[in-house]
Ligand binder design. Structure first.
Ligand SMILES: *Cc1c(COP(=O)(O)O)cnc(C)c1O
Length: 384
């Protein structure tokens, strides 16, 4: 067994070798610019982009021309929120989102507030879910957009996306979802789920970093957005910049594999996270998030009275786990997601997040559970 065992899949995942193989030639011989259609180099690149776009659209139940390639979910979130709010000023200036969103949404929403838009940050219940009725009652005649994440990156809680989308559509409001943790892990159909815009990313599903997409509904309703990046007019003028051809090829392969293997993978993940929860319950672990409506590969638990930093450090030679979101771990502030569940600061500082991956093994999961279990035992003893 190789150490440390990687169990931080919500932060990022390794590139699947099948994805890497598919990408290789687009760095070297097939290096063309997909917009340079005067020769075969550019033409071949544009065909690769077209095929990639087709696979990605197919995976989420959209059409090809509804996919805008970006550098990742962060940029997609920025484009969705700023692009929709700016473009629809004549309709209103109100955005609805929720307190447990990724910083890519929260900080963009705060930016919009600063430049004069109104934002409602809805609370969540103890499991991390937004109350569908509270979404409904937050809508005003000024509301343009509702943005609620599909699955949470810290606690894995899955949102009732279809219902929120239905409410949005009934009220003639647009619905965006940050699905960076959901695409490739859960079945998604933007049509059936009433989604108008959706952000997702390649590196959370065993694809390369630096490539992602924003789905933007083309009909019923046709969603109009403003660009936030200007230049050569790529992506129907909505996201200028030379297309990341190897990234797109890898992203498409990654999503194709994830779709094909999702069901069997989730069965394995559920077994693993269930096993770990049971083992760690013997060390008084308490589950953060929803007991059933959660990502199968996520486990977020806390050990009251024991600091997560101490746990992470004491197992770090053997296991790579985190205290929460990768983007906030440098701060001393407790996780905004855990605080939103109603935990106090000490409780929020006692949580660890485990994210299983396709490349883990039964043996690794067993060893990891034992390592954490005995680390907790040792730390509890020191404290006593
Ligand atoms: C990872 C993540 C992001 C950011 O995605 P990048 O592609 O790294 O920019 C945004 N939202 C959620 C929910 C995420 O998990």
């Amino acid at each position: 067994m190789k150490f440390p065992i990687y169990l931080d899949s919500h932060a990022t995942t390794p590139v699947d070798p099948r994805v890497f193989d598919e990408m290789k030639s687009y760095f070297t011989e097939n290096f063309g610019n997909a917009s340079s259609l005067d020769h075969s180099f550019g033409y071949d690149a544009s065909v690769a982009v077209q095929q990639g776009r087709e696979k990605i659209a197919h995976a989420i139940g959209s059409t090809m021309d509804e996919i805008i390639f970006t550098s990742g979910a962060t940029e997609s979130d920025n484009l969705a929120l700023i692009g929709v709010m700016e473009r629809n000023k004549e309709k209103g200036n109100h955005l609805i989102t929720c307190v447990t969103e990724h910083k890519a949404i929260l900080d963009t929403a705060h930016h919009l507030e600063k430049i004069g838009y109104k934002v409602t940050f809805l609370p969540v219940d103890e499991f991390g879910q937004v109350d569908v009725e509270s979404v409904k009652s937050a809508i005003t005649s000024e509301t343009v957009l509702i943005s609620i994440m599909f699955a949470n990156n810290e606690i894995g809680t899955i949102t009732n996306v279809s219902e929120i989308g239905k409410i949005a559509h009934d009220k003639n409001v647009l619905f965006h979802t940050d699905a960076a943790q959901a695409v490739g892990h859960l079945p998604i159909n933007v049509e059936k789920m009433n989604i108008d815009l959706m952000s997702f990313s390649s590196h959370k599903i065993y694809g390369p970093k630096g490539i992602g997409a924003l789905y933007v509904r083309g009909i019923m309703p046709r969603v109009k957005i403003n660009p936030i990046v200007f230049g050569g007019g790529q992506e129907r003028n909505l996201r200028s910049g030379t297309l990341n051809v190897p990234g797109i090829v890898g992203f498409a392969k990654a999503i194709e594999i994830s779709q094909a293997e999702m069901d069997s993978e989730n069965i394995r993940f559920k077994k693993w996270t269930g096993f770990m929860l049971e083992k760690l319950s013997g060390a008084d672990a308490k589950l953060n998030g929803h007991p059933t409506k959660r990502l199968a590969h996520n486990l977020n638990v806390r050990f009251d009275g024991i600091e997560s930093k101490a746990i992470i450090n004491s197992v770090s030679k053997k296991i790579a786990i985190s205290a929460g979101s990768a983007c906030t771990t440098k701060m001393v502030e407790p996780s905004h997601v855990l605080m939103a569940l109603g935990l106090d600061e000490d409780q929020a500082h006692s949580a660890i997040r485990i994210g299983c991956s396709r490349f883990n093994t039964d043996e690794e999961i067993k060893v990891a559970a034992e390592e954490i279990y005995s680390a907790i035992g040792a730390l509890a003893k020191i404290r006593a």
